[in-house]
Design a protein around this ligand. Structure first.
Ligand code: N01
Length: 499
């Protein structure tokens, strides 16, 4: 009888690691791959889920897909020739991320089902003491790849928990709940909702979509990528790179042409979106409900070819009034009307501040991350933090994008961290952290660029903003400009502590 080989798992380290990465999504895996390629093998990625993939492992709601073309949404050093569509669906992206583990021989570097519960900087030993639900770990350098869209925003609707039917958030879809023939309510009309609604509308009995603010929607033009095209990309990598280049520069041009401001480009895109609405929705009353009352680009611009048509189905109702409360059997509106429901889906997005500060991190002299961020969530160049030596964040504050692939931002940050690690080795440093002055200067420049931006001036509120209305999520420029700002770390911006 042949024995089944035991699955390979990361051995639990018994001495301080060179690098500990939290999270095995795009950020954590990119960091791990590039560390190994740079000769850093003393590395562990801890992931609380039972599989790698991060947001692409967790968001399995029907219709989940990426709104950036697949070739552009892949890591530059881990291309994939055989994406099956222009825009990949969640299963294909999650599979891509899982395959990276084997492709780059990461299995023994990834500890799954391991949640980090806290991290404390030990100044005397110049290392991070990290608590996990599987035991303690120590590491010279701690990298957070925890992501910003992670902590579900549960709306404060009175009576929410009195609803007796199944109720779940899009990021924790309950696949055990059959929707066939059911009366289903969906609250929210963001990127998640516009994918869920067309995916489930044909199977449910009735769907009521509760809209607070209508989004701007533009055409998606998604297509399958046929076997010939895939074969071409496999045989001729230059063709794949050329396509990725076109996809990249088309998006960069939008930012360069002023998509971060109310501009001529805004008016052009608004006209295209209104045309899209006119072409897809014949009923003027429904069209009026779907007309956004703010400037395009203020919230994330949504791309879809099947969202508006789904709203014209006879079994779908768009409810644009304000919700008063939930009852055990449905949703009651401010005007007193009542929608009886069997299932309720919260497509209400994420709490960015809570996501970023989820794990209690304590830096130098007992400085608590949440307290350091009391004034404003911020990081030097979006990556490092004054008061937190040898700590780096991937996709940290103000490094998300509205116009291009965030994978490009992650890669720039990973290279910046690697440059810091190389400098630490070369100069035999015990610790590296940005100076408070450099961080404050960077933040002042950022704030100046954000103050006149469309996200602040476009007449909307969005998840990009914190409770005080400041944009803490997006980078206000091109990817090229961000990459340039990270290419050569300026060591005068750092406190370098010798070993
Ligand atoms: O969340 P959202 P999301 N009563 O915050 C509404 C990424 N993503 O999960 O606009 C009624 O955008 C809220 O209304 P309003 C992407 O970066 C990417 O959809 O605040 N409604 C809004 O309509 C995206 O931007 C993909 O007035 C309430 C909705 O809930 C980010 O994730 C796919 C409410 C929340 O929309 C978040 O998208 C999916 C209340 N009390 C997600 N509270 C890709 O394709 C909130 N709402 C890559």
């Amino acid at each position: 009888m042949t024995e089944t080989p035991a699955p390979q798992v990361a051995p639990w380290p018994d001495k301080p690691l060179a690098v500990l990465v939290i999270g095995a999504g795009f950020s954590g895996l990119a960091m791990a791959i590039r560390c190994r390629q740079s000769g850093i093998d003393d590395l562990l990625v801890v992931e609380k889920a039972g599989a790698v993939g991060g947001t692409w492992h967790e968001n399995t709601y029907p219709g989940a897909a990426c709104d950036i073309p697949a070739h552009l949404y892949a890591l530059s050093f881990a291309p994939k020739s055989d994406w099956t569509r222009t825009y990949a669906g969640q299963p294909e992206i999650a599979a891509y991320l899982r395959e990276l583990v084997e492709r780059f021989d990461l299995t023994k570097h990834v500890a799954l089902s391991t949640a980090v519960t806290g991290a404390v900087w030990d100044g005397a030993r110049a290392l991070w003491r990290v608590e996990t639900d599987r035991g303690p770990l120590e590491a010279r350098v701690l990298v957070s790849g925890m992501g910003a869209l992670h902590h579900p925003a549960v709306p404060a609707i009175p009576g929410l928990h009195t609803f007796l039917g199944p109720l779940f958030h899009t990021s924790a879809w309950d696949h055990g709940v059959a929707l066939q023939g059911k009366r289903v309510g969906v609250i929210g009309t963001g990127a998640s909702a516009i994918q869920v609604v067309p995916a489930i509308a044909p199977e449910v009995g009735r769907l009521v979509l509760f809209q607070r603010t209508p989004p701007w929607v533009v055409p998606r033009n998604d297509r399958p990528t046929g076997p010939r095209m895939r074969a071409l990309f496999r045989r001729l990598p230059v063709a794949r790179r050329a396509l990725r280049g076109v996809q990249f520069w088309l998006r960069e041009a939008q930012a360069a042409l002023g998509f971060t401001r109310v501009s001529g480009l805004t008016r052009l895109a608004e006209a295209a979106s209104r045309r899209h609405l006119r072409q897809q929705v014949a009923d003027p009353a429904l069209r009026a409900k779907l007309a956004p009352p703010y400037r395009l680009g203020c919230k994330r611009v949504l791309i879809s070819d099947d969202y508006y048509p789904a709203l014209t189905r006879p079994n779908v109702t768009l409810e644009a009034g304000a919700i008063r409360n939930l009852t055990p059997d449905g949703v009651t509106m401010m005007d007193g009307s009542h929608h009886p429901l069997d299932v309720l889906v919260l497509a209400t997005g994420f709490d960015v501040t809570a996501s970023l500060a989820r794990v209690p991190v304590v830096g130098r002299d007992g400085l608590i991350l949440a307290r350091a961020w009391g004034e404003r969530v911020a990081a030097h160049r979006g990556v490092a933090l004054a008061g937190f030596p040898n700590f780096f964040m991937l996709l940290g504050p103000n490094t998300g994008l509205g116009h291009n692939s965030v994978v490009l931002m992650i890669e720039a940050q990973v290279e910046y961290v690697l440059a810091c690690l190389a400098e630490m080795r070369a100069r035999k440093l015990a610790a590296i952290e940005p100076t408070p002055e450099a961080q404050a200067r960077y933040l002042a420049e950022l704030e100046a660029r954000l103050s006149g931006s469309i996200w602040q001036q476009g007449g909307c509120a969005s998840w990009y903003q914190d409770a005080a209305g400041r944009n803490i999520a997006l980078w206000p420029g091109t990817v090229v400009a961000y990459r340039r700002s990270l290419r050569e770390p300026d060591w005068s911006e750092f406190v370098l502590t010798p070993a």
